[in-house]
Write a protein of this length. Structure first.
Length: 116
């Protein structure tokens, strides 16, 4: 893809992301600090994919594809999934995970309430 066409595509996709997902994406992301358009698109795309819904994920994938980085992200996800599946430790039932999270939060809230 030609650089100017690619840049135009990235600018359009960034505008859609900013208009549609401002609160979910830009709350912890400052693309203005990045000088390269591809870097801005990558950071925003990763935020969309992490924090957004299915449409945000698809938009993030489109941004990465336009920036020429979708293969790298896909390989990273595949590696993480493979590591998870290859982990020899037994799985923890989701009910137990939530019980542990609730207990930990309750202990934290009690500690804060005690002035600790």
């Amino acid at each position: 893809m030609q650089s100017s066409k690619r840049d135009a595509d990235l600018i359009e996709l960034l505008a859609v992301a900013a208009k549609t997902y401002t609160l979910r994406v830009f709350d912890n992301v400052d693309p203005g600090r990045l000088t390269n358009l591809s870097d801005k698109a990558r950071v925003v795309a990763e935020a969309l994919m992490e924090r957004g819904d299915a449409r945000a994920y698809a938009l993030g994938r489109r941004m990465l594809a336009a920036a020429g980085e979708s293969r790298e992200v896909e390989n990273t996800w595949r590696k993480m999934i493979r590591q998870s599946l290859d982990d020899p430790r037994p799985s923890i039932p989701v009910r137990q995970v939530f019980e542990d999270l609730r207990a930990g939060r309750a202990a934290l809230m009690n500690a804060e309430g005690d002035g600790a």
